[in-house]
Design a protein around this ligand. Structure first.
Ligand code: GLU
Length: 427
């Protein structure tokens, strides 16, 4: 079966392999020394299974794809408030290396342009540049699931030619955005940009984001889910240099590209993609990388704004357990809209029963909004002289320990709920 997916990837890669448009990045001299014909494509599913096609084992420097990860680390370590005070979240519409800050706040417009990325480095805790860099390297490595190392030639090449980034760092210092010494912060930034990855590393890093911060291979939580949500948000609006609008329309995946030729793309909850091809278009995005991602998204239906057929129902079954006692069995992932549908159905049918029993043992996942809505069902029913019970043996809706309260009455089995329902009807 896996061959089917492999064939899809191989075909898509082959379709774009002959494209020779684009130029190698040359403003960092060492980046111009790579083989322009390379094309690697990796797809990592949420359980960590990886499909690879072409040059998926070739290492290249991560460059700007480092930006969302350092931003995530800064959010994780310094907290959103501290980060928001120094870096905005608005698309800039400018080139990635524009020497600019927001007119009003005097802070970088977002973390995906160099100004914001350099500010993010300064928000990663560390008493020395080495300590800060080690933290960054460890974090990327934890996302990739293997130790990532630096390309020293690329690092030196950028360090020795990085006048523009120096201008940006000193400008940030003048606006009070950079806490530390601009040269020290920049050195860490150059080092992070020169970490080496393969397209498979990128796919795994993407899947760590897709899984809400859990590395699919190691099972380790690398960052908080709230950090992931914020990071993916800025990837959607600002991830593809000044081509973010085109990208969202055509591909529809939170993504980030780098001048090393890589692209990382995330389908939240499902998968991660890594592509490598070093020839860049005028905006700095990999020409074949973008084309491959467009094809992947179209053929595999990956656009994150695809409106799927409304899932038939979160109620998998409803029946009368005995006279006056109606059971609603739920399944799948329960979010706000699903919980609302359940509560509305229970409400509409309330003349048909005395006791409603919500059986939630087959729910896969539930968020806080749905949890508190379902837990409030009893209050609504008792107000009209009815009763509502939950059958929740694994404490998916109601935390461990709580079994009887004013708002909820919870049972482990349907039989227990039936006995209590009979008592309620008799009494
Ligand atoms: N190290 C590069 C720079 O700051 C990264 C640029 C990029 O990939 O967009 O210029």
């Amino acid at each position: 079966m896996a061959e089917l997916v492999q064939q899809y990837l191989d075909r898509i890669r082959a379709e774009h392999a002959d494209v020779t448009e684009g130029e190698l990045a040359c403003y960092i001299p060492e980046l111009a020394c790579v083989d322009p014909s390379r094309l690697g494509l990796s797809l990592s599913l949420s359980d960590g299974y990886v499909y690879e096609s072409g040059d998926a084992a070739i290492e290249f420097t991560i460059q700007s794809i480092s930006k969302p990860f350092t931003y995530a680390l800064a959010l994780d370590q310094s907290g959103q408030q501290a980060v928001d005070a120094k870096i905005g979240v608005e698309p800039s519409g400018e080139a990635f290396n524009e020497i600019s800050v927001d007119d009003t706040t005097k802070t970088p417009k977002n973390p995906m342009i160099n100004a914001g990325a350099i500010a993010a480095v300064a928000l990663v805790p560390g008493a020395t540049p080495d300590e800060r860099f080690n933290r960054i390297q460890d974090f990327y490595s934890a996302c990739a699931g293997r130790r990532l190392e630096m390309d020293h030639a690329v690092y030196t090449s950028e360090r020795d030619t990085g006048a523009r980034n120096r201008a940006i760092a000193y400008m940030l210092q003048s606006f009070g955005v950079l806490g530390g010494d601009p040269d020290e912060v920049l050195d860490v930034y150059f080092r992070q940009c020169s970490l080496k990855v393969t397209s498979t590393d990128l796919a795994r890093m993407a899947t760590t984001l897709a899984r809400g911060g859990i590395n699919p291979c190691t099972g380790r939580r690398v960052m908080d889910a709230a950090v992931v949500q914020r990071t993916l948000s800025v990837m959607v609006t600002c991830g593809m240099y000044d081509a973010a609008g085109d990208w969202v329309s055509a591909v529809g995946l939170p993504a980030k590209s780098g001048v090393g030729g890589g692209i990382v793309a995330v389908l939240p909850g499902q998968l991660g993609i890594g592509v490598y091809s070093p020839l860049l278009d005028a905006r700095g995005n990999s020409v074949r990388g973008v084309r491959v991602c467009r094809s992947l998204s179209a053929r595999l239906g990956l656009h994150f704004l695809t409106v799927t057929r409304e899932s038939s129902s979160t109620i998998r079954a409803r029946y009368d357990l005995c006279e006056g006692v109606r059971v609603y069995e739920l399944h799948g992932d329960l979010l706000f809209a699903g919980a609302e549908q359940v509560l509305r159905t229970i409400e509409i049918e309330r003349d048909d029963y005395d006791v409603a029993v919500l059986e939630v043992s087959r729910i896969d996942d539930i968020n806080d909004a749905a949890r508190s809505m379902l837990a409030g069902m009893r209050t609504a029913l008792t107000a009209v002289d009815k009763e509502g019970f939950l059958v929740d043996p694994d404490n998916k809706v109601v935390p461990t320990g709580i079994r009887q309260g004013r708002d909820v009455i919870v049972f482990d089995t349907l039989d227990d709920a039936r006995a209590a329902a009979k008592e309620f009807r008799a009494g």
